[in-house]
Design a protein around this ligand. Structure first.
Ligand code: DUT
Ligand code: MG
Length: 242
C-alpha cells in the first residue's frame, strides 16, 4: 500500500536524556514511499539525532514519529528494525567473518542475497582479494579493513535486509568521489521502490534527491529540491559554495 515505506515527523522535539536543552526543535516533514530524501547541515546540527529517532535508538521528547503511518512506539522492537536498513555514521564491524558481519543480528539473508549486497555495495573487489572470500576473518572492530571498506561492508549489511526504508547516516563521505558515484548509481537501481534517507555533507551526494531538508541548530531552515534551495536558502547556498 501507499503507507508502506513512509516516514513522518509531526512537530518533533528532542532532548538527550542527560541533556540540558533540545537538540531538535519542532521538526515536521513527510517522506513518501520510494522517495530519496536528504538531510544536510553543519556538524552538530542534529542530523544523527534525527535519524536515531526513526530507528528508536532514542524516543522523541515531544511530537510523533511515524513509520508506515504508525507511531514508532507502537511497534515491537524487531518489527520496526525489520522494516529499516540502517547504516550508522561510524561503520561497525564485529570479530568473525565477512558473511557473519553482513548477516548480523536478526538478519537471515541467504547466500545469493549476500553476494548481491556485496556487489551493489562495491565490496566485491576487495572481498575477492581476501584468501577466504566471504569467510575471510574480520578482526575486532574491523581493524584489518580500511575506513571505506568498512563503510561498504556496513552498506552491504543494510542491503542484505528486505527493508522498505534505508537510512544512510553520512555513509558516503568516507568514500572517495569515484566510489561514491558508482555506489550511488548502483543503489539507485537497487532502491527503485525503497524509501531512502540520506544524511550528507557533500552536495554532490544529494543533488538528485526528491526532497532536501537543511538543518541548522536543530531546526529545519530550508526544504526543497537542490535547484529550489539554491534560490531560497542561504544556509544551503553556503554549503553549496564550500
Ligand atoms: N549530542 C548529545 N548527546 C549525544 C549525541 C549528541 O548531547 O549522545 C549533542 C551534540 C550536538 C547535538 O546533540 O550538540 C546534535 O548532535 P548530532 O550527532 O545529532 O549532530 P550531527 O548533525 O549528526 O553532527 P555530525 O555532522 O558531526 O555527525
Ligand atoms: Mg552525525
Amino acid at each position: 500500500t501507499d503507507i508502506q515505506g513512509t516516514v513522518e515527523f509531526k512537530n518533533v522535539s528532542f532532548r538527550y536524556p542527560d541533556g540540558q536543552s533540545n537538540v531538535l526543535q519542532n521538526i515536521s516533514f513527510k517522506v513518501n514511499k520510494g522517495e530519496t530524501v536528504a538531510f544536510i547541515g553543519s556538524t552538530g546540527c542534529g542530523k544523527t539525532s534525527l535519524v536515531n529517532l526513526i530507528t528508536r535508538f532514542y524516543d522523541a521528547t515531544s511530537g510523533e514519529v511515524l513509520v508506515d503511518g504508525y507511531n514508532v512506539r507502537d511497534y515491537k522492537k524487531d518489527e520496526l528494525s525489520r522494516k529499516i536498513g540502517y547504516v550508522s555514521q561510524k561503520a561497525v564491524l564485529f570479530s568473525g567473518d565477512i558473511q557473519s558481519n553482513i548477516n548480523f543480528g536478526d538478519n537471515d539473508a541467504d547466500i545469493s542475497a549476500i553476494e548481491k549486497a556485496i556487489s551493489i555495495s562495491q565490496s566485491e573487489e576487495f572481498v575477492k582479494l581476501q584468501k577466504n572470500g566471504l569467510e575471510a576473518h574480520v578482526a575486532q572492530g574491523g581493524q584489518n579493513f580500511s575506513g571505506g571498506q568498512k563503510q561498504r561492508l556496513s552498506i552491504a549489511r543494510a542491503l542484505a535486509r528486505k527493508a522498505e526504508i534505508f537510512i544512510f547516516d553520512d555513509t558516503f563521505s568516507a568514500l572517495d568521489y569515484k566510489t561514491d558515484k558508482i555506489l550511488r548509481n548502483a543503489l539507485k537501481t537497487k532502491m527503485k521502490d525503497s524509501t531512502c534517507i540520506i544524511v550528507a555533507q557533500r552536495i554532490g551526494t544529494i543533488i538528485d534527491a526528491d526532497q532536501i531538508f537543511v538543518i541548522d541548530n536543530g531546526e529545519i531552515v530550508g526544504h526543497g529540491t537542490h535547484k529550489e534551495l539554491l534560490n531560497t536558502c542561504d544556509t544551503y547556498k553556503e554549503i553549496a559554495q564550500s
